[in-house]
Design a protein around this ligand. Structure first.
Ligand SMILES: *Cc1c(COP(=O)(O)O)cnc(C)c1O
Length: 428
């Protein structure tokens, strides 16, 4: 038996499903999850000493690849000074200053330990700041596993959402209005029904949890107008897109297309921790003043602003600001996406793909989908065959058809070429 199989069996005895986050179990694609022993640059290695070109990068954080020397040095130095104090440190200020410098929509930021905490706190802040309870989310967007966000659409707009997880009471879901992504008519209708009761609208501006689906420009523009008109706050969940699709995140991308555009509250995670547990949410001073200890919205964390995690995040953010970083990363990612499209065309496979910065998505569909329903029309068996075909050839893609992919600064042209050759064989 392979080491991966041995470890998986042992893991299943002591950890539910053998994993600490469900998608790692390979349930969607079948087969045995790979137990990773180490990472180096663009590669990860499993317990059977197989090497993979890594297109997950810990689901986004590893934008510099694994074991970047400057990050490693910062983490080692911080660890020597102490793991955690439960008291403020200067590094938290430095990281906050660095984030705010790159995200002009925010004047203040609060550090937390996970994206789930960031979005949960953002919703609470929006409710506290507006004095309203209801909010809108979009089908296919994932915002972490907070109760009120584990909700799918009800039978119609006049009914509220239903929990997607056991253990979430229907009463908790009843303030969540779930709409179709990129559906302007539904958005208009929801605002006309509930506009004055909405605390906020939360959205993944480029949805990476239904693979890779951009919010259409007219949709974002109208969403901003409706929120402003009705006094609802616009929450951009940039836990995945933040410092990943560009130095100024997805909001910077939309601001370049819609002059003056900005969200009211933003959440970050993944890249800002550089692989350590760190996330953040922020807004204008006027909104952030509602947060404890200044205001009545409670929010706290024993490990928030952890000194080792902040060192890791800070070193990562400094690297990605070096001249040309995102140009090179974007170019490399574009090479991959264009190459995959060409290989699929050679083999007559229906295929579409898109990317922004170091994030990409591909679909075994002839055209890029605009919403979750269309994403899920993908032929799952075909995707799984492709996934395993690539894995067997040393390319580690996300083990589910509704997940995005990530390229790091360490991926070379040779890695892309090897990936395309694997794809050529797998698609054949
Ligand atoms: C990953 C993710 C989260 C949740 O972050 P965790 O750190 O896993 O809790 C929230 N929102 C988006 C958009 C994400 O991609």
């Amino acid at each position: 038996m392979s080491q991966n199989q041995t470890l998986f069996e042992r893991a299943q005895r002591v950890i539910p499903g053998g994993v600490n986050s469900p998608v790692r179990a390979f349930r969607a694609v079948g087969g045995t999850p790979r137990f990773i022993t180490r990472g180096s640059g663009a590669y990860i290695f499993d317990a059977d000493a197989n090497r993979y070109i890594d297109y997950i990068g810990s689901w986004g954080p590893m934008i510099l690849g694994h074991g970047h020397p400057a990050v490693l040095e910062a983490v080692q130095k911080a660890a020597l000074d102490g793991f955690s104090f439960g008291a403020p440190t200067e590094r938290e200020i430095e990281l906050a200053e660095e984030i705010l410098k790159l995200v002009p929509s925010m004047e203040q930021v609060r550090l937390v330990s996970s994206g789930t905490e960031a979005t949960m706190s953002a919703i609470r802040l929006a409710r506290g700041a507006t004095g309203r309870s209801k909010f809108i989310k979009f089908e296919g967007c994932y915002h972490g596993h907070t109760d009120s966000l584990l909700v799918k659409a009800g039978s119609g707009l006049a009914t509220f959402g239903n929990p997607t997880s056991a253990g979430v009471p229907a009463e908790v879901a009843q303030h969540t209005v779930v709409l179709e992504y990129n559906n302007l008519a539904q958005l208009e209708e929801a605002f006309s029904l509930y506009g004055h009761e909405l605390a906020c609208v939360i959205i993944e501006p480029i949805a990476g949890n239904m693979n890779f689906v951009r919010a259409a420009l007219p949709f974002v523009k109208r969403l901003r107008e409706l929120c402003t008109q009705h006094g609802a706050l616009l929450v951009f969940d940039e836990v995945m897109t933040g410092f990943r699709v560009g130095l100024h995140s997805a909001q910077g991308h939309y601001a370049s297309l819609l002059p003056g555009f900005k969200p009211d509250i933003s959440t970050f995670g993944k890249v800002i921790g550089g692989g350590m547990p760190l996330a953040a949410f922020g807004a204008s001073r006027d909104i952030m003043k509602h947060l404890a200890p200044l205001g009545g919205v409670y929010q706290a964390g024993t490990l928030s602003g952890n000194p080792v995690a902040t060192a890791c995040g800070l070193a990562t953010l400094r690297e990605i600001q070096k001249p040309g970083f995102f140009d090179r990363l974007g170019e490399r990612t574009r090479q991959l996406v264009d190459g995959l499209k060409a290989v699929a065309a050679e083999n007559g496979v229906p295929f579409s793909a898109d990317c922004q910065g170091g994030m990409f998505g591909f679909f075994l569909l002839p055209e890029l989908p605009q919403n979750y329903k269309t994403v899920m029309t993908t032929d799952g068996a075909r995707f799984n065959a492709f996934f395993h075909g690539m894995l067997d050839r040393g390319v580690y893609l996300a083990p589910a058809l509704y997940e995005a992919g990530f390229v790091s600064a360490e991926h070379t042209e040779a890695d892309i070429a090897a990936t395309l050759e694997a794809a050529r064989q797998a698609l054949r």
